[in-house]
Design a protein around this ligand. Structure first.
Ligand code: ZN
Length: 476
C-alpha cells in the first residue's frame, strides 16, 4: 500500500466517522500509539522531578501554554497546561491521589500526540477550534513522591473541596472558577481487586457521573456526563469486553467530582483498575490515551447527545471480590480432620528506595468457601492436599550461594523456606520460589490462616505437584 493511499484511508475513515461515538480513526490511532508514548516514563512510581521537564518543555510549542499556577505543601510546582482556543472549556486533573498515576502517564502521551505533525492534523485542528483544554497533571506531587494517596500533611485532597485547606485543593477550585469549565475529567486509579458486578471480569476502567445531591437527581449537566460515559464505555468494550464498571454513586459532599457537578461542570470520574498481565498499567495507559481523544471528539462534534443515559445506568457497579491468587477446593488437614478449603492470596506492594520501587509481600486475605469470588490466577485444586513447607536445616551463607542451590531438589525434599546470613534487598527475593529469612528469624510455621503468608505444597497421590511461595504459584 502506498503511503498516500494509506493517508487517504485514514482521512476517509476520520470524515466518515461523522457523529458516530466510536470514530473510525480511533482503532488505527491505538495501533500507532508507540509514536506518541512518552518513553521516559514507563512505570507507575515516577516522581514529579521526572515529569516536570517534559511539562515545562511543552511551553510555547504547538499551541501549548504552560504556567506554574501553584505549589504543593513541600514546594513542588503544579502546572496548568493549556491547549487550543475553542469555546468549550474542558478541565482535566490527574493524580490528586499520589499513588494513582495512570492518567498522568496517558496525559503525557496525549501531549505528545497534540504536538506531533502527522496525518491526524485534522483531529488536532478540530480540538483546537472547538475546545480549550486546561490540564493539571499530577495535582498531588508530594503524594506521588512517597507514592501515597494523601498529600504531605496527610489530607485527602478529594475530601477538601469545601474546606479548601490544602494548597492543591485550593488551586483546583481556583482554576475551575477561573475557567468555568463545561466539562471536567477527574482522573484516578482504583483497586485492582474490583470486579465488574458479580462477574469474573476485572474493572479495568470504572466511570462515574458523580451525584450532586443525596437524592442522586439528574439535571442536564449530570445527564450529559452520563451520555458521555455511555459512549466511552461503548468504545472501550471493543478492547476490554466486560471490564468496564461503574463507581459507587453515593453523594460525597466533600469530594471534588460531586461539587464540580454541582457547580455546573459536566464531570466524569475515570478510575483505572487492574488488568491481567499489566502490573505497571502500561496497557491501561494506552487505552486511556485513546479514551481522551474519543472524548474530545465527542465533545467537539456533540456526538454524546446521541447517547442514552440508560446504557450508563446499566453498567454494573464495582464489586471488590477479586484476589491475586485463588486456590479452589484444596484439602486442608488439621489435627487429623480434613476440610475443603478455598485460599485467596493478595500480593501487597511494599515501598523501597524512597518508594521508587517495591517488593511483594503476600498474605492470605480470605479462606473458606470463596465460590463467589475470582482471581487473576486460579487453580482448581480438587484432589490436592495442602502440605506446609519446611525450612532448610542449615543457614545459607550468601544470596549467590542460595541462587546456586537446586530449587527443584529442595522442593522435592519439602523445603520452601531458607535462612540466609546476609539478606539481600527484598525486591530481589520476592519472586523466588523460596522465602528468604534472616538467620536469627523465627522458623516460619507456614500455618494456613488469614493474614499469614504460608509456603506450602499441593500434593496429589503422594506427589508434590505445585508449590505456593509468597503468594505465587509454581508448577513443580
Ligand atoms: Zn483516587
Amino acid at each position: 500500500m502506498t503511503r498516500l493511499f494509506f493517508i487517504i484511508l485514514i482521512i476517509g475513515g476520520y470524515l466518515a466517522s461523522g457523529s458516530a461515538q466510536s470514530p473510525g480513526w480511533a482503532d488505527e490511532l491505538l495501533n500507532r500509539y508507540d509514536r506518541y508514548k512518552e518513553k521516559s516514563i514507563e512505570d507507575r512510581r515516577f516522581k514529579h522531578a521526572e515529569m516536570a521537564p517534559f511539562i515545562t518543555g511543552l511551553s510555547g510549542r504547538s499551541c501549548f501554554e504552560v504556567k506554574e499556577r501553584g505549589k504543593s505543601i513541600e514546594g513542588r510546582p503544579i502546572y496548568l497546561v493549556k491547549y487550543g482556543d475553542g469555546p468549550v472549556k474542558v478541565l482535566l486533573w490527574s493524580q490528586m491521589h499520589g499513588d494513582e498515576p495512570t492518567a498522568t502517564m496517558a496525559l503525557l502521551d496525549l501531549f505528545n500526540f497534540l504536538k506531533a505533525d502527522d496525518e491526524y492534523n485534522d483531529l488536532r485542528a478540530l480540538i483546537r477550534k472547538e475546545l480549550t483544554l486546561y490540564v493539571l497533571p499530577m495535582l498531588n506531587p508530594d503524594g506521588a513522591e512517597s507514592f501515597q494517596r494523601r498529600n504531605a500533611i496527610d489530607v485527602d485532597i478529594n475530601r477538601d473541596a469545601l474546606r479548601l485547606q490544602t494548597p492543591e485543593g485550593k488551586l483546583l477550585k481556583k482554576i475551575r472558577d477561573e475557567v468555568d469549565a463545561e466539562w471536567g475529567f477527574n482522573l484516578h486509579d482504583q483497586s485492582k481487586y474490583n470486579s465488574v458486578g458479580t462477574t469474573s471480569g476485572e474493572a479495568t476502567f470504572s466511570f462515574l457521573a458523580p451525584a450532586y445531591d443525596e437524592e442522586k437527581n439528574i439535571n442536564e449537566v449530570r445527564k450529559n456526563a452520563m451520555q458521555m460515559i455511555s459512549g466511552l464505555n461503548r468504545w472501550l468494550q471493543q478492547y476490554i469486553p466486560g471490564q468496564v464498571g461503574r463507581f459507587d454513586d453515593t453523594f460525597e459532599p466533600r469530594a471534588f467530582g460531586d461539587n464540580m457537578q454541582k457547580w455546573g461542570t459536566r464531570t466524569i470520574l475515570i478510575e483505572c483498575g487492574g488488568m491481567d498481565g499489566d502490573p505497571e498499567k502500561q496497557k491501561i495507559r494506552r487505552l486511556h490515551f485513546g479514551l481522551f481523544l474519543v472524548a474530545f471528539d465527542a465533545i467537539a462534534r456533540k456526538s454524546y447527545e446521541a447517547q442514552s443515559i440508560q446504557s450508563y445506568q446499566e453498567l454494573d457497579y464495582n464489586n471488590r471480590r477479586l484476589f491475586d491468587l485463588l486456590i479452589r477446593d484444596a484439602k486442608l488437614v488439621e489435627n487429623g480432620k480434613s476440610y475443603t478449603m478455598d485460599l485467596a492470596f493478595s500480593r501487597n506492594e511494599n515501598h523501597i528506595n524512597s518508594s521508587r520501587n517495591f517488593y511483594y509481600s503476600s498474605s492470605i486475605s480470605d479462606m473458606g468457601d470463596l465460590s463467589t469470588h475470582n482471581a487473576y490466577e486460579e487453580l482448581f485444586a480438587s484432589g490436592y492436599t495442602i502440605e506446609p513447607g519446611k525450612t532448610y536445616p542449615s543457614v545459607v551463607s550468601s544470596y549467590s550461594a542460595l541462587k546456586n542451590m537446586n530449587f527443584k531438589d529442595l522442593h522435592s525434599q519439602g523445603y520452601t523456606d531458607v535462612k540466609l546470613s546476609n539478606l539481600p534487598e527484598k525486591k530481589d527475593t520476592d519472586r523466588l520460589p523460596f522465602r528468604v529469612h534472616a538467620s536469627n528469624a523465627k522458623t516460619p510455621k507456614n500455618k494456613v490462616r488469614i493474614g499469614e503468608n504460608p509456603s506450602f505444597f499441593l500434593v496429589r497421590d503422594g506427589k508434590k505437584e505445585y508449590v505456593v511461595v509468597n503468594g505465587f504459584l509454581y508448577k513443580m
